[in-house]
Ligand binder design. Structure first.
Ligand code: FMN
Length: 336
Protein backbone atom coordinates (compact mmCIF):
# COMPACT_ATOMS: atom_id res chain seq x y z
CA UNK A 1 0.00 0.00 0.00
CA UNK A 2 2.87 2.37 0.80
CA UNK A 3 4.32 1.77 -2.66
CA UNK A 4 0.99 2.45 -4.39
CA UNK A 5 0.63 5.74 -2.49
CA UNK A 6 4.22 6.67 -3.31
CA UNK A 7 3.63 6.02 -7.00
CA UNK A 8 0.47 8.12 -6.87
CA UNK A 9 2.26 11.04 -5.17
CA UNK A 10 5.12 10.91 -7.71
CA UNK A 11 2.85 10.48 -10.75
CA UNK A 12 3.02 14.10 -11.96
CA UNK A 13 6.78 14.02 -11.51
CA UNK A 14 7.32 10.75 -13.34
CA UNK A 15 4.97 11.84 -16.15
CA UNK A 16 6.87 15.12 -16.48
CA UNK A 17 10.31 13.47 -16.53
CA UNK A 18 9.32 10.28 -18.37
CA UNK A 19 10.97 7.99 -15.84
CA UNK A 20 9.91 5.51 -13.13
CA UNK A 21 10.79 7.30 -9.90
CA UNK A 22 10.62 11.08 -9.51
CA UNK A 23 14.18 11.46 -8.28
CA UNK A 24 16.46 13.82 -10.18
CA UNK A 25 20.17 13.16 -9.83
CA UNK A 26 21.17 16.77 -9.18
CA UNK A 27 23.88 17.88 -11.61
CA UNK A 28 27.29 17.97 -9.93
CA UNK A 29 30.21 19.44 -11.87
CA UNK A 30 32.81 16.75 -12.72
CA UNK A 31 30.73 14.05 -10.98
CA UNK A 32 27.56 14.06 -13.09
CA UNK A 33 29.06 12.80 -16.32
CA UNK A 34 28.16 9.97 -18.71
CA UNK A 35 28.62 7.11 -16.18
CA UNK A 36 26.65 8.40 -13.20
CA UNK A 37 24.00 10.09 -15.33
CA UNK A 38 23.28 6.95 -17.38
CA UNK A 39 23.33 4.77 -14.23
CA UNK A 40 20.70 6.98 -12.55
CA UNK A 41 18.48 6.96 -15.64
CA UNK A 42 18.95 3.21 -16.17
CA UNK A 43 17.92 2.60 -12.55
CA UNK A 44 14.63 4.43 -13.13
CA UNK A 45 15.57 7.90 -11.85
CA UNK A 46 16.44 10.95 -13.93
CA UNK A 47 20.14 11.66 -14.48
CA UNK A 48 21.28 15.20 -15.29
CA UNK A 49 24.61 16.03 -16.96
CA UNK A 50 26.47 18.92 -15.30
CA UNK A 51 27.73 21.06 -18.15
CA UNK A 52 29.60 23.42 -15.79
CA UNK A 53 32.36 25.15 -17.72
CA UNK A 54 32.39 22.62 -20.62
CA UNK A 55 32.72 23.96 -24.16
CA UNK A 56 29.91 23.19 -26.62
CA UNK A 57 32.18 20.53 -28.21
CA UNK A 58 32.75 18.77 -24.89
CA UNK A 59 29.04 18.88 -24.06
CA UNK A 60 28.28 17.43 -27.49
CA UNK A 61 30.55 14.46 -26.74
CA UNK A 62 29.21 14.02 -23.21
CA UNK A 63 25.61 13.85 -24.41
CA UNK A 64 26.52 11.42 -27.20
CA UNK A 65 28.42 9.18 -24.74
CA UNK A 66 25.52 9.27 -22.27
CA UNK A 67 23.11 8.30 -25.04
CA UNK A 68 25.39 5.39 -25.86
CA UNK A 69 24.94 4.14 -22.27
CA UNK A 70 21.21 4.63 -21.77
CA UNK A 71 18.07 4.69 -23.88
CA UNK A 72 16.19 6.31 -20.99
CA UNK A 73 15.58 10.07 -20.71
CA UNK A 74 18.13 12.32 -19.02
CA UNK A 75 18.61 16.08 -18.73
CA UNK A 76 21.38 18.66 -19.06
CA UNK A 77 22.17 21.36 -16.50
CA UNK A 78 23.52 24.63 -17.92
CA UNK A 79 24.86 27.56 -15.94
CA UNK A 80 23.27 30.86 -17.04
CA UNK A 81 26.53 32.85 -16.80
CA UNK A 82 28.35 30.55 -19.27
CA UNK A 83 29.56 32.83 -22.08
CA UNK A 84 28.44 30.32 -24.75
CA UNK A 85 25.01 29.59 -23.27
CA UNK A 86 23.20 29.86 -26.63
CA UNK A 87 25.58 27.41 -28.31
CA UNK A 88 25.19 24.97 -25.41
CA UNK A 89 21.40 25.18 -25.75
CA UNK A 90 21.74 24.41 -29.45
CA UNK A 91 23.91 21.35 -28.69
CA UNK A 92 21.10 20.09 -26.40
CA UNK A 93 18.63 20.83 -29.21
CA UNK A 94 20.71 18.92 -31.76
CA UNK A 95 20.59 15.83 -29.55
CA UNK A 96 16.90 16.22 -28.74
CA UNK A 97 17.58 16.50 -25.00
CA UNK A 98 14.09 16.60 -23.48
CA UNK A 99 14.82 18.58 -20.30
CA UNK A 100 17.21 21.46 -19.73
CA UNK A 101 17.90 22.65 -16.19
CA UNK A 102 19.07 26.27 -15.94
CA UNK A 103 21.12 27.06 -12.83
CA UNK A 104 23.06 30.04 -11.54
CA UNK A 105 20.58 32.88 -11.45
CA UNK A 106 17.47 33.96 -13.28
CA UNK A 107 17.55 32.67 -16.86
CA UNK A 108 17.81 35.35 -19.56
CA UNK A 109 14.62 35.56 -21.68
CA UNK A 110 16.44 34.66 -24.88
CA UNK A 111 17.69 31.42 -23.31
CA UNK A 112 14.19 30.38 -22.25
CA UNK A 113 12.81 30.96 -25.77
CA UNK A 114 15.71 29.11 -27.35
CA UNK A 115 15.31 26.07 -25.07
CA UNK A 116 11.56 25.91 -25.61
CA UNK A 117 11.94 26.61 -29.31
CA UNK A 118 14.01 23.43 -29.50
CA UNK A 119 11.10 21.54 -27.95
CA UNK A 120 12.76 20.92 -24.57
CA UNK A 121 11.17 21.38 -21.18
CA UNK A 122 12.76 24.00 -18.95
CA UNK A 123 13.45 23.32 -15.27
CA UNK A 124 14.52 26.37 -13.25
CA UNK A 125 15.64 27.02 -9.68
CA UNK A 126 13.26 29.16 -7.60
CA UNK A 127 14.99 30.65 -4.57
CA UNK A 128 11.88 32.52 -3.30
CA UNK A 129 8.10 32.57 -3.88
CA UNK A 130 8.12 35.81 -5.92
CA UNK A 131 10.78 34.34 -8.19
CA UNK A 132 8.85 31.07 -8.51
CA UNK A 133 5.88 33.05 -9.82
CA UNK A 134 8.09 35.10 -12.12
CA UNK A 135 9.65 31.92 -13.55
CA UNK A 136 6.21 30.45 -14.17
CA UNK A 137 5.20 33.59 -16.08
CA UNK A 138 8.45 33.45 -18.04
CA UNK A 139 7.69 29.93 -19.24
CA UNK A 140 9.45 27.53 -16.87
CA UNK A 141 7.85 24.07 -17.07
CA UNK A 142 8.98 22.90 -13.62
CA UNK A 143 10.79 24.30 -10.60
CA UNK A 144 13.46 23.07 -8.23
CA UNK A 145 13.52 24.60 -4.77
CA UNK A 146 16.89 24.01 -3.18
CA UNK A 147 17.65 24.80 0.45
CA UNK A 148 20.94 25.78 2.04
CA UNK A 149 21.53 22.25 3.38
CA UNK A 150 22.61 21.29 -0.16
CA UNK A 151 26.12 20.75 -1.42
CA UNK A 152 27.73 23.20 -3.84
CA UNK A 153 26.46 26.77 -4.38
CA UNK A 154 23.71 27.58 -1.92
CA UNK A 155 21.10 30.21 -1.12
CA UNK A 156 20.40 31.56 2.36
CA UNK A 157 17.13 29.72 3.18
CA UNK A 158 16.64 26.15 4.44
CA UNK A 159 14.77 23.51 2.47
CA UNK A 160 12.01 23.15 5.07
CA UNK A 161 11.23 26.89 5.00
CA UNK A 162 11.35 27.14 1.17
CA UNK A 163 9.02 24.14 0.95
CA UNK A 164 6.50 25.76 3.27
CA UNK A 165 6.71 29.13 1.54
CA UNK A 166 6.57 27.93 -2.04
CA UNK A 167 4.75 24.59 -2.28
CA UNK A 168 1.28 25.62 -1.02
CA UNK A 169 1.15 28.59 -3.42
CA UNK A 170 2.34 27.05 -6.66
CA UNK A 171 2.27 23.26 -6.46
CA UNK A 172 -1.07 22.93 -8.25
CA UNK A 173 0.09 25.09 -11.14
CA UNK A 174 3.58 23.76 -11.82
CA UNK A 175 5.54 20.61 -10.90
CA UNK A 176 8.00 21.35 -8.06
CA UNK A 177 11.00 19.22 -7.08
CA UNK A 178 12.53 19.70 -3.62
CA UNK A 179 16.31 19.58 -3.11
CA UNK A 180 18.82 20.07 -0.32
CA UNK A 181 19.51 17.89 2.68
CA UNK A 182 17.56 14.84 1.56
CA UNK A 183 19.32 11.65 2.61
CA UNK A 184 16.50 9.24 3.34
CA UNK A 185 13.12 8.24 1.96
CA UNK A 186 11.12 9.48 4.94
CA UNK A 187 12.01 13.05 3.94
CA UNK A 188 11.03 12.32 0.33
CA UNK A 189 7.62 11.09 1.52
CA UNK A 190 7.16 14.24 3.62
CA UNK A 191 7.91 16.64 0.75
CA UNK A 192 5.65 14.67 -1.60
CA UNK A 193 2.85 14.93 0.95
CA UNK A 194 3.43 18.70 1.06
CA UNK A 195 2.78 18.91 -2.68
CA UNK A 196 6.16 18.30 -4.33
CA UNK A 197 6.05 15.99 -7.36
CA UNK A 198 9.56 14.69 -6.72
CA UNK A 199 12.97 15.46 -5.28
CA UNK A 200 16.52 16.20 -6.39
CA UNK A 201 19.50 14.63 -4.61
CA UNK A 202 23.19 15.24 -5.19
CA UNK A 203 25.28 14.33 -2.15
CA UNK A 204 23.64 10.90 -1.79
CA UNK A 205 24.82 9.87 -5.31
CA UNK A 206 28.48 10.89 -5.03
CA UNK A 207 29.53 7.54 -3.56
CA UNK A 208 27.57 5.47 -6.06
CA UNK A 209 29.67 2.63 -7.46
CA UNK A 210 29.10 4.10 -10.92
CA UNK A 211 30.34 7.58 -9.88
CA UNK A 212 33.81 8.39 -11.22
CA UNK A 213 34.64 10.57 -8.19
CA UNK A 214 38.16 9.74 -6.92
CA UNK A 215 38.39 7.14 -4.11
CA UNK A 216 39.70 9.89 -1.77
CA UNK A 217 36.65 12.03 -2.50
CA UNK A 218 34.33 9.12 -1.73
CA UNK A 219 36.28 8.26 1.44
CA UNK A 220 35.95 11.85 2.68
CA UNK A 221 32.17 11.60 2.16
CA UNK A 222 31.90 8.29 3.98
CA UNK A 223 33.87 9.61 6.98
CA UNK A 224 32.13 12.99 7.25
CA UNK A 225 29.16 13.90 9.40
CA UNK A 226 26.58 16.63 8.76
CA UNK A 227 28.49 19.26 10.75
CA UNK A 228 31.58 18.89 8.56
CA UNK A 229 29.76 20.29 5.51
CA UNK A 230 30.05 24.04 6.03
CA UNK A 231 29.42 27.11 3.86
CA UNK A 232 32.28 29.26 2.56
CA UNK A 233 32.75 32.70 4.10
CA UNK A 234 32.71 36.03 2.25
CA UNK A 235 35.94 37.85 3.08
CA UNK A 236 35.40 41.21 1.43
CA UNK A 237 32.02 43.05 1.56
CA UNK A 238 32.74 44.65 -1.84
CA UNK A 239 32.96 41.27 -3.55
CA UNK A 240 29.69 39.36 -3.10
CA UNK A 241 30.35 35.64 -3.51
CA UNK A 242 27.67 32.98 -3.53
CA UNK A 243 28.46 30.67 -0.62
CA UNK A 244 29.52 27.11 -1.41
CA UNK A 245 28.90 24.23 1.01
CA UNK A 246 31.85 21.84 1.21
CA UNK A 247 33.69 19.67 3.72
CA UNK A 248 35.95 21.63 6.05
CA UNK A 249 39.61 21.46 4.85
CA UNK A 250 42.65 23.52 3.92
CA UNK A 251 41.01 24.67 0.68
CA UNK A 252 38.95 27.18 2.68
CA UNK A 253 42.15 29.19 3.26
CA UNK A 254 42.89 29.09 -0.49
CA UNK A 255 39.46 30.51 -1.15
CA UNK A 256 40.03 33.35 1.30
CA UNK A 257 43.29 34.16 -0.50
CA UNK A 258 41.56 34.02 -3.90
CA UNK A 259 38.88 36.45 -2.70
CA UNK A 260 41.55 38.89 -1.47
CA UNK A 261 43.32 38.65 -4.83
CA UNK A 262 40.15 39.30 -6.85
CA UNK A 263 39.03 42.11 -4.49
CA UNK A 264 42.45 43.71 -5.12
CA UNK A 265 41.87 43.54 -8.89
CA UNK A 266 38.48 45.21 -8.39
CA UNK A 267 40.09 47.97 -6.31
CA UNK A 268 42.67 48.78 -8.96
CA UNK A 269 40.00 48.71 -11.68
CA UNK A 270 41.79 45.83 -13.43
CA UNK A 271 38.50 43.89 -13.62
CA UNK A 272 34.77 44.74 -13.51
CA UNK A 273 32.39 43.03 -11.08
CA UNK A 274 31.06 40.54 -13.68
CA UNK A 275 34.60 39.45 -14.55
CA UNK A 276 35.47 39.23 -10.83
CA UNK A 277 32.52 36.92 -10.24
CA UNK A 278 33.46 34.80 -13.25
CA UNK A 279 36.98 34.45 -11.83
CA UNK A 280 35.49 33.17 -8.56
CA UNK A 281 33.41 30.63 -10.50
CA UNK A 282 36.48 29.45 -12.41
CA UNK A 283 38.27 29.11 -9.10
CA UNK A 284 35.51 26.78 -7.84
CA UNK A 285 35.50 24.69 -11.00
CA UNK A 286 39.27 24.17 -10.64
CA UNK A 287 39.14 23.47 -6.91
CA UNK A 288 36.33 20.95 -7.33
CA UNK A 289 38.19 19.23 -10.16
CA UNK A 290 41.30 18.85 -7.98
CA UNK A 291 39.24 17.02 -5.37
CA UNK A 292 36.85 14.98 -7.56
CA UNK A 293 39.25 13.96 -10.33
CA UNK A 294 42.76 14.22 -8.82
CA UNK A 295 41.72 13.12 -5.31
CA UNK A 296 43.35 16.09 -3.59
CA UNK A 297 40.79 16.42 -0.80
CA UNK A 298 42.95 18.82 1.23
CA UNK A 299 43.60 21.68 -1.17
CA UNK A 300 40.67 20.88 -3.48
CA UNK A 301 37.01 21.66 -2.79
CA UNK A 302 35.03 18.70 -1.42
CA UNK A 303 31.57 20.11 -2.10
CA UNK A 304 29.02 18.20 -0.04
CA UNK A 305 25.62 18.78 1.50
CA UNK A 306 24.66 18.20 5.12
CA UNK A 307 23.13 14.87 4.13
CA UNK A 308 26.74 13.65 3.76
CA UNK A 309 26.35 12.15 7.26
CA UNK A 310 23.85 9.70 5.76
CA UNK A 311 26.34 8.48 3.14
CA UNK A 312 27.90 5.45 4.81
CA UNK A 313 29.22 3.27 2.01
CA UNK A 314 29.81 2.91 -1.71
CA UNK A 315 26.81 1.24 -3.32
CA UNK A 316 25.24 0.91 -6.78
CA UNK A 317 22.77 3.60 -7.87
CA UNK A 318 19.98 1.03 -8.15
CA UNK A 319 20.49 0.06 -4.51
CA UNK A 320 20.46 3.71 -3.38
CA UNK A 321 17.20 4.37 -5.23
CA UNK A 322 15.63 1.14 -3.93
CA UNK A 323 16.55 2.05 -0.36
CA UNK A 324 15.09 5.55 -0.71
CA UNK A 325 11.87 4.24 -2.24
CA UNK A 326 11.49 1.51 0.43
CA UNK A 327 11.94 4.09 3.21
CA UNK A 328 9.48 6.49 1.57
CA UNK A 329 6.87 3.75 1.04
CA UNK A 330 7.24 2.49 4.63
CA UNK A 331 6.78 6.02 5.96
CA UNK A 332 3.63 6.53 3.89
CA UNK A 333 2.28 3.14 4.94
CA UNK A 334 2.81 3.89 8.62
CA UNK A 335 0.89 7.14 8.31
CA UNK A 336 -2.08 5.68 6.42
C1 FMN B 1 29.94 18.06 -5.55
C2 FMN B 1 28.72 18.85 -5.95
C3 FMN B 1 28.74 19.60 -7.14
C4 FMN B 1 27.62 20.30 -7.56
N1 FMN B 1 27.64 20.98 -8.75
C5 FMN B 1 26.50 21.58 -9.22
C6 FMN B 1 26.48 22.19 -10.50
O1 FMN B 1 27.47 22.19 -11.24
N2 FMN B 1 25.32 22.78 -10.93
C7 FMN B 1 24.18 22.77 -10.14
O2 FMN B 1 23.16 23.31 -10.56
N3 FMN B 1 24.17 22.20 -8.91
C8 FMN B 1 25.30 21.59 -8.45
N4 FMN B 1 25.27 20.95 -7.23
C9 FMN B 1 23.97 20.84 -6.49
C10 FMN B 1 23.24 19.53 -6.86
O3 FMN B 1 22.81 19.55 -8.19
C11 FMN B 1 22.00 19.29 -5.99
O4 FMN B 1 21.01 20.26 -6.21
C12 FMN B 1 22.31 19.26 -4.51
O5 FMN B 1 23.42 18.42 -4.31
C13 FMN B 1 21.10 18.76 -3.73
O6 FMN B 1 21.32 18.81 -2.35
P1 FMN B 1 22.04 17.62 -1.54
O7 FMN B 1 23.49 17.76 -1.80
O8 FMN B 1 21.69 17.92 -0.13
O9 FMN B 1 21.48 16.32 -2.03
C14 FMN B 1 26.41 20.27 -6.77
C15 FMN B 1 26.41 19.54 -5.56
C16 FMN B 1 27.53 18.84 -5.15
C17 FMN B 1 27.47 18.02 -3.86
Amino acid sequence: MGHARLEELMQRGTDFLGCEVAVLGGAMSWVSERNLVSAISNAGGFGVIACGAMTPELLDTEIAETKARTAKPFGVNLITMHPQLSDLIDVCGKHGVGHVVLAGGLPPGGAIDRIKGNGAKLIAFAPALALAKKLMRSGADALVIEGMEAGGHIGPVSTSVLAQEILPSVCNDIPVFVAGGIGRGEAIAAYLEMGAVGVQLGTRFVCATESIAHANFKKAFIRASARDAIPSVQIDPRLPVIPVRALKNREMENFAAKQREVAGLLDTGTVEMAEAQLQIEHYWAGALRRAVIDGDVESGSVMAGQSVGMVTKEQPVAEILDELMEQAAAALESRA
